[in-house]
Write a protein that binds this ligand. Structure first.
Ligand code: CA
Length: 228
């Protein structure tokens, strides 16, 4: 079964060239030029991945992302950003996007991100399926998490990062380790700040006191370590 990608982008030129390129690579591509139509197609077609521009007519990309996650739609989302300000928002708001690419981007760069997400999803289904620590319960098959018995919202990227932590329990993982494993070999444009921001977001969700974490520890000038 070919993977299906939904591209939501109002710039006709970018939309058409992405559609052509991804179709050449064997993906089935759906397109929408505004946020509302994008949401409809996401519900109807259930794509394997969504590429989502931020500045869009009717509903902007932030809103589309937020609404999908509110409906418990966990489809991986790559956001197309223009300014640093938007990158900060994508990373900081806990919108639930899995990755972002800054315009102007090259097609190989975007493809590398898309492939990294698909590879991650495939690796994810193998191995560890459930794990509990403290008052946190994780189900890696269903992408469900609970904290003290109550539902906890984690993005798919956060699940993948936690799984990587748990598989390396007690060992120090460097930021480069995360970049290689989570973002793939072609991670040149992903910064350490991205790794740090996602880890800060995970701590806010799982730690009792994110300022003095008990599970995800910072190891000075080396990286991070997970302990039960
Ligand atoms: Ca736009």
């Amino acid at each position: 079964m070919p993977k299906e990608i939904l591209i939501i982008e109002d710039e006709q030129g970018i939309l058409m060239s992405l559609k052509d390129e991804f179709e050449l690579q064997g993906y089935v591509v759906h397109t929408a030029k505004d946020g509302e139509r994008g949401l409809e197609l996401a519900r109807e077609r259930k794509p394997d991945l969504i590429i989502l521009d931020i500045m869009l007519p009717v509903l902007d990309g932030y809103e589309v992302c937020k609404r999908l996650r509110m409906q418990e739609d966990t489809t991986p989302i790559i956001m197309l950003t223009v300014k640093d300000k938007e990158v900060d928002k994508v990373l900081g708001l806990g919108l639930g996007a899995d990755d972002y690419v800054t315009k102007p981007f090259s097609f190989p760069e975007l493809t590398a991100r898309v492939k990294a997400i698909f590879r991650r999803t495939e690796e994810h289904v193998k191995g560890l399926t459930r794990y509990s620590f403290g008052n946190i319960e994780l189900d890696f098959e269903k992408y469900e998490a609970k904290k003290g018995g109550k539902k906890l919202d984690l993005t798919t990227l956060e699940f993948h990062m936690l799984k990587f932590f748990i598989q390396n329990k007690g060992k120090v993982i460097s930021r480069d380790g995360f970049l290689d494993r989570i973002w793939g070999e072609d991670n040149v444009s992903v910064s350490y700040r991205t790794v740090d921001t996602h880890i800060a977001n995970i701590r806010k969700k799982i730690e009792e006191d994110p300022a003095s974490p008990k599970h995800i520890l910072s190891i000075r000038s080396a990286g991070y370590k997970f302990v039960d």
